[in-house]
Design a protein around this ligand. Structure first.
Ligand code: SAH
Length: 346
């Protein structure tokens, strides 16, 4: 019999579970605090619960603690890249980025990814499974325990497509922003999607106050199709319509991610076309110099091309930033650390 996924339960569900065990209701609050606030790594830490209850929990419930396999710390900027093992032996990556306004963590939402974006290392070995809310939470909990510092910002931008694991991701967001838990403000949470249109609309209807980041990477449907297979399913126009809907429902400004690939999407004409496309959308564009992965033959745009791309967008009044590259001296791009470890294991 599989164990209960206790870390994925909200306080209400946990209360019902604890009461069904014949325990007093306030025990649920204590347990929730151990799991989500103190981020206990073991039942034995939960000293204000009876030994009997701890024993019962350890037999029936799974605390879902990830095991740190590797950690790389950048000497340049303090970025920390973690590789964690899940209970079934699969591995996921997470990254901590220290900013002056606080610590941001980037988590994975799936083991592998189905989306197959051409420049992305996570796509190469395909998709294995979804992560549970508990497995997403514990990436942050282990990092916070490792550094001893609070995580204040969260980006769901690691391996995986969050909108392809919709229910678990939404439950995770509810848990991580719960005032009784880690209490990360929803305004400090960003979810990045390659553009799964029906899920963007569904997310809009949930009216969370998170930021939605959409990976655009092209100013025309034709170029987008070359880079992102998902564009075959949902056209650029449909994606932008869903973005307008997201803003109308939530009032939250969108972020568009645009990875610049030399000779593919980085011309001045691309910039002008992009500015026109986004003209009526309340948004911010994040330019990402593509991080070349050794399995694919893509090159980073020249510094000059990146600068003039930005200048063009600014001319049209588009808010734009160039993403600062962090952790250049460690396995930087999404999925690279995991891939290296998997190769070593072969
Ligand atoms: N599946 C989600 C989130 C994961 S990827 C999404 O597609 O948005 C996070 C961002 O990094 C996406 O914009 C993705 O396209 C981009 N990305 C992935 N590999 C990259 C690389 N090698 N160089 C630059 N950007 C990359």
């Amino acid at each position: 019999m599989s164990k209960i996924d206790i870390k994925s339960m909200n306080l209400k569900e946990l209360t019902a579970y604890v009461e069904a065990l014949g325990e007093k209701k306030f025990r649920a609050g204590q347990l929730y605090e151990w799991i989500h606030r103190k981020q206990a790594a073991d039942w034995e830490e939960m000293t204000n619960l009876s030994r009997e209850l701890r024993g019962r929990l350890s037999r029936e419930a799974d605390l879902t603690i990830l095991c740190q396999i590797d950690r790389q710390v950048s000497r340049l900027d303090g970025t920390r890249k973690y590789l964690f093992a899940l209970a079934d032996g699969n591995m996921v990556e997470s990254v901590l980025m220290p900013y002056h306004h606080g610590n941001a963590v980037c988590i994975s939402s799936q083991v592998g990814c189905k989306m197959g974006c051409r420049f992305c290392a996570s796509a190469i070995d395909g998709w294995l499974r979804n992560l549970t809310p508990a497995e997403m939470l514990d990436q942050i909990y282990r990092i916070q325990r490792d550094t001893g510092e609070r995580v204040s910002n969260l980006v769901i931008m690691g391996t995986g497509e969050p909108m392809d694991n919709f229910d678990n991701v939404v439950r995770f967001i509810d848990l991580v922003s719960d005032t009784n838990g880690l209490n990360i403000s929803q305004r400090s949470i960003t979810v990045s999607t390659c553009g799964i249109v029906p899920r963007i609309r569904e997310l809009a209807d949930r009216k969370l106050s998170i930021t939605l980041a959409v990976s655009l990477h092209a100013s025309s449907q034709e170029t987008r199709r070359q880079l992102m297979p998902i564009a075959e399913r949902y056209g650029l126009d449909e994606v932008l319509d869903a973005c307008r809907y997201y803003f109308a429902r939530t009032g939250r400004r969108l972020t568009f991610e645009y990875s610049l690939v030399a000779g593919v999407n980085d011309s001045v004409e691309d910039a002008v076309r992009l500015a026109r496309l986004l003209g009526d959308i309340h948004c911010h564009v994040n330019l990402i110099p593509v991080n070349p992965i050794r399995e694919r033959n893509f090159h980073q745009s020249e510094r000059r091309a990146i600068m003039s791309f930005r200048t063009q967008l600014e001319k049209y009044g588009v808010n734009v930033t160039i993403r600062r590259e962090m952790g250049r001296d460690i396995d930087g791009a999404c999925g690279q650390l995991r891939r290296r470890k998997m190769r070593e294991a072969d």
